[in-house]
Write a protein that binds this ligand. Structure first.
Ligand code: GSH
Length: 250
């Protein structure tokens, strides 16, 4: 066990992305920003999730001897464990804005990330699911694609044609770009250091700024303010590992 006692249960890495799941990446970013050592347990089989958490979702983590589920609750528990450097602003209005950004990232941006990854630029069978024998990968992709489609339909985004979703994503990115340009500082709340708002939004944007998704990367690169902010968050959270370039598969 690591010296902090923190264990992160996650969906596995995908190339240089710490996890294929943006919510697991969000927890990695918080841990790295706080320079907390931690152990990672990869969950390859989602049917075994019930052994880790009855909620059947990842990430989950052991923090301070307790099993915590949901990236937002995990980051809050990390803040209690290691308050310095802080991820939550002390000032109440900034804190409220941070909460709204986090919810926007988790609830609005995430379905778009799923839609883009599975329906616009779906996984390539030879590159995805590297832990499976190659002949099983197309079936695994078909299964996950179907599951994601069902969830997205229920959530709403999956009922929309691709052209509509592309326009909606472009509008969200334009909004992010304008918010960053007007932030008055390098990070979303205008602060000198990143907050939970940056970590949460970055985790979703990072899920799109990824070499297997060249169209999404091109879309993001049209926004200079997003790219400047992306590099600043990346540098604060993992620059020391030299990973501040688009995530790639090996
Ligand atoms: N609100 C949760 C969302 C977590 C979530 O949706 N995780 C996905 C992976 S990105 C998951 O575990 N899905 C279950 C499955 O694939 O069966 C959080 O912030 O942790």
């Amino acid at each position: 066990m690591s010296s902090s006692g923190v264990v992160l249960y996650q969906y596995p890495r995908a190339g240089r992305l710490e996890s294929v799941s943006p919510f697991c990446v969000k927890v990695h970013l918080a841990l790295k920003y706080k320079r907390l050592p931690y152990e990672v347990v990869d969950v390859h089989n989602r049917f075994l999730l019930g052994r880790i958490t009855p909620r059947g979702r990842l990430p989950a983590a052991d923090v301070g001897g307790e099993r915590v589920v949901d990236s937002s609750d995990i980051v809050a528990a990390l803040e209690r464990l290691a308050p310095d450097p802080p991820l939550y602003p002390a000032e109440s209005l900034l804190r409220a804005r941070a909460q709204v950004y986090e919810d926007w990232a988790d609830e609005v941006l995430y379905p778009y990330v799923l839609y883009w990854r599975w329906l616009i630029e779906p996984p390539h069978p030879t590159r995805a699911f590297a832990f499976l024998p190659i002949f099983l990968r197309p079936a695994a992709i078909a299964y996950y694609r179907h599951t994601v489609q069902q969830r997205l339909r229920y959530q709403g985004t999956g009922t929309k044609p691709e052209s509509v979703v592309r326009n909606e994503i472009a509008a969200e990115l334009a909004a992010l770009s304008a918010l960053l340009a007007g932030a008055g500082g390098p990070f979303l709340l205008g602060t000198a250091e990143p907050t939970i708002a940056d970590i949460a939004v970055f985790a979703q944007i990072d899920g799109l700024y990824w070499k297997p998704l060249p169209q999404a990367m091109a879309l993001l690169e049209r926004h200079e303010s997003i790219m400047t902010w992306y590099r600043a968050v990346d540098e604060r959270t993992r620059g020391r590992e030299g990973l501040n370039s688009p995530r790639d598969t090996p």
